[in-house]
Write a protein that binds this ligand. Structure first.
Ligand code: ATP
Ligand code: MG
Length: 431
């Protein structure tokens, strides 16, 4: 129970801190990409302005005449041998391509002014490897407020992409390492948080066990004395009802104290040295004899399905007897006269199943998840005429879990209930 809570705490801590970390890493990556892109744009803008500055033109009556002779890349002037520029294109003011350097322009020409990131396809030339992006700037050139054309320049984003890829990798590795560290920290902190709870729980368990143990002797003494007084009260019939009441109440308190003691003592899995081989067939057959008598007195049909051959498991006979008895008690207690109760034992490859089925009052769906809680009883009205403390099922569940098994319940109100114990078929446990 504590380990599960500790695991959950560590998991939620890792998840929440991890989400914050991933958000933070995402924001850092975004800012870095923005920053690098801005630097690229500044460089591209500078190069474009330099080329635009070498344009020569004439403003004639037919419109501007642009001279490209001395323009780097476009004219006959020398071209720099080493340049990042992938292509330079000159469009006139009617957006018609006039001249270009580098890879030929695509069939569909887009010369809307501004920056654009392009993932090149075949139309952007063979020189660009697939996946490598380029940044293009379309720059409208004006003279005396008159548009004389558009200059379009592109440079590759290879370096930026490589830089960002490296940054992504570094971020991913850091987030991964941080997550592992956060997980360990969460586990450690969870352990620290659990410590006082575990201590308080252990103290409570010890107190319950000690108190129940100490209460058993005075209760037994009261019961014996009341029984003796009842035997001697034949001459005073007026005190008999009071003595019978004392006996009933003491017996029910003794039952409660015994259950509390069992609950407090048997926490967690049973130690291997406490497990003994048990033949469930024989054990349930004997139990069935007692309950068939009880069922008969309540006018309930009691049907038993138990295999004839032995079904052997390793367990604590007294505890298992208590668990099955609690289920059978409930089945008889919550089944009206004329109903039926079944006790079944089934053997599967690695599990044995003990089923107690009844056609009784059933349990409302809203109460079903809570019936295994200590002191939980389904609405007081229907249980008022049936004595009990609401401990039987929690005790049965604890016993089954101590054997490494599980207890499940299904029920339909006014139709009946099925309680199923599943126990593992284990080899002889190593002590
Ligand atoms: P105790 O077993 O301590 O004497 P109890 O029978 O009331 O008292 P549980 O055995 O823990 O307590 O059962 C819890 C509640 O679940 C019961 O009060 C009852 O309302 C409901 N319940 C349990 N078994 C059945 C059943 N077979 N049919 C209908 N209701 C059931
Ligand atoms: Mg009960």
């Amino acid at each position: 129970m504590f380990n599960r809570s500790r695991r959950n705490l560590a998991l939620w801590f890792t998840l929440s801190m991890g989400s914050i970390l991933i958000l933070f890493a995402g924001a850092t990556y975004y800012l870095r990409a923005e920053d690098r892109m801005e630097a690229t744009d500044r460089l591209l803008c500078k190069k474009t302005r330099l080329i635009a500055a070498s344009l020569q033109y004439d403003l004639s009556a037919d419109g501007p005449q642009v001279e490209l002779e001395n323009v780097p890349f476009l004219g006959n002037a020398s071209r720099p041998l080493v340049s990042e520029i992938l292509y330079v294109r000159w469009y006139d003011s009617r957006r018609q391509l006039q001249h270009f350097f580098g890879s030929p322009p695509p069939e569909t020409i887009d010369i809307s002014p501004g920056f654009r990131t392009i993932k090149p396809d075949r139309s952007y030339g063979q020189s660009q490897a697939a996946g490598e992006w380029l940044r293009q700037l379309t720059f409208p050139v004006y003279e005396e407020n008159e548009l004389i054309g558009y200059l379009q320049i592109a440079i590759p984003l290879t370096r930026l992409q490589a830089d960002l890829q490296q940054f992504r990798l570094a971020l991913m590795l850091s987030v991964l390492v941080a997550l592992v560290l956060i997980g360990f920290t969460g586990w450690y902190l969870g352990g620290m948080a659990m410590q006082p709870i575990r201590q308080a729980y252990t103290q409570l368990q010890r107190f319950t066990a000690d108190a129940s143990h100490e209460l058993r002797s005075p209760l037994s003494a009261s019961l014996t004395n009341a029984q003796v007084a009842l035997m001697m009260a034949s001459e005073c019939p007026q005190i008999r009802p009071s003595l019978e009441n004392i006996i009933d109440s003491t017996q029910s308190m003794k039952h409660l104290v015994n259950n509390l003691l069992l609950l407090a003592r048997h926490q967690g899995q049973l130690a291997p040295e406490l497990l003994k081989p048990i033949d469930l067939s024989t054990f349930l057959e004997q139990l069935a004899v007692d309950y068939s008598v009880q069922a008969k007195t309540q006018n309930i049909k009691f049907i038993v399905h138990i295999p004839e051959r032995p079904v052997e498991i390793w367990g604590d006979l007294d505890l298992l007897k208590q668990a099955v008895e609690n289920l059978l008690n409930n089945a008889c207690k919550y089944t009206p006269a004329g109903g039926t109760v079944w006790l079944r034992l089934e053997r599967h490859s690695s599990w044995v199943v003990v089923q107690v089925v009844d056609t009784g009052v059933g349990i409302p769906a809203a109460d079903l998840p809570y019936v295994f809680d200590r002191f939980y009883r389904v609405d007081a009205e229907r249980t008022s005429d049936r004595d009990g403390f609401g401990l039987g099922l929690s005790l049965a569940q604890q016993v089954v879990q101590a054997h490494g098994g599980q207890l499940q319940a299904t029920s339909i109100e006014q139709k009946g209930s099925t309680f199923q114990i599943e126990l593992p078929m284990r080899d002889r446990p190593r002590v």
